[in-house]
Design a protein around this ligand. Structure first.
Ligand code: SF4
Ligand code: SF4
Length: 338
């Protein structure tokens, strides 16, 4: 009985960070990666692909690559099992095209969430569109298309950030993906600025909007985001729902101790999610608190368990498809994060 490891992120994804190119965005593991001030340069990409090959070779020998040890996305397969999904494993053998791009090379933001690791460093609200402090991604993506490194038919893109509302090359990036037939674009947006590019993209492809509101009332929103923009965000989400042709909308709530961790706040948030006609509601942790103390075992506060259960129950009652990220579910099951 031969066992191997596999990771689909490693096989298909590229994650562009400020000064780092890697395959995944697993929060507690970096995976194989390369530090560079210009991560999209061809030599960097080629070097990363060599690292990938090395990691794949290890996985085939049932060895977990060092930077993947303990990651939930590192899956173990039994090659003799009739349940084996051959598709996943076949990708290990080839140099696969990129079918998942995560964009995270910009940090400027027009909001000031108190749990945000970016704001803890930059301490700045940006209101006008800016170039990334690190590098322009548009020419890199253009080059990738030219060199046929992208699986055009199956490409899914995810804009993280920063705020897409103040990313100068945002329109160019959306356009190049749409022009090349992207299958889906996911936008993490704080909702403060309405982006017509999202509406236009929804005419030609599926768009997914994920907005972390973290509150059900204006007062709590202001405590968390510092800015008094609750009404604007709600109105923008309603506009996306009304104007986008092919859209899936998630509203999200990041639980913070002693700030929004009550059933009342969750109830208000769920009502608000109904108002904007969200397809799914997501409950999550403030991971920054955990990540600031890596190596230390942070236990999930006892009352969070009740809140997660309550959220699922009420979300289901309201047909809001409550969703818990698998990574978060794993932390809940273990009881701690480290
Ligand atoms: S196993 Fe985890 S850390 Fe390694 S590449 Fe995959 S997602 Fe990233
Ligand atoms: S919207 Fe996102 S990037 Fe901006 S401050 Fe909030 S968490 Fe940070």
């Amino acid at each position: 009985m031969k066992k191997i490891y596999n990771c689909d992120f490693l096989n298909t994804s590229l994650h562009f960070l400020s000064n780092n190119l890697r395959f995944c965005c697993a929060p507690a593991h970096d995976g194989p990666n390369i530090d560079s001030r210009y991560p999209g340069a061809k030599n960097i990409f080629t070097a990363l692909m060599k690292i990938r090959q090395q990691a794949v070779n290890e996985m085939k020998e049932h060895i977990a690559p060092k930077k993947c040890e303990g990651c939930i996305y590192l899956k173990e397969y039994d090659l003799d099992s009739p349940l084996l999904c051959v598709d996943n494993i076949e990708r290990q053998d080839s140099e696969p095209l990129i079918s998942n791009i995560i964009i995270n090379h910009f940090q400027q933001c027009d909001c000031y969430c108190i749990y945000c690791p970016i704001q803890m460093t930059t301490k700045m609200i940006v209101t006008e569109p800016q170039k990334s402090d690190y590098y322009d991604l548009y020419p890199i993506i253009k080059q990738f298309y030219k060199e046929k490194l992208i699986d055009k038919e199956n490409l899914k893109v995810e804009f993280q950030g920063g705020s897409i509302g103040v990313l100068k090359e945002f329109a160019d990036l959306v356009n190049i993906f749409v022009e090349n037939g992207v299958k889906e674009i996911k936008f993490f947006t704080n909702g403060i600025k309405f982006m017509p590019e999202i509406v236009e993209a929804s005419e030609k492809t599926k768009v997914v909007i994920i907005t972390s509101i973290d509150a059900g009332t204006r007062e709590t929103f202001k405590r968390i985001k510092i800015l008094d923009k609750f009404d604007i965000v709600v109105e923008n989400l309603r506009q996306y729902r009304a104007k986008c042709k092919n859209i899936e909308m998630y509203t999200k709530f990041v639980l913070m101790e002693k700030i929004n961790d009550s059933k009342e706040e969750l109830n208000n948030f769920l009502k608000l999610s109904q108002l904007v006609d969200a397809d799914k509601v997501q409950l999550d942790f403030d991971y920054n608190k955990f990540m600031n103390s890596k190596g230390v075992r942070n236990y999930v506060p006892e009352h969070f368990y009740e809140l997660f259960e309550y959220f699922k129950e009420q979300g289901n009652l309201l047909n809001l498809n409550p969703f818990i990220w698998e990574y978060t579910q794993q932390v809940l099951d273990k009881g701690y994060f480290e």
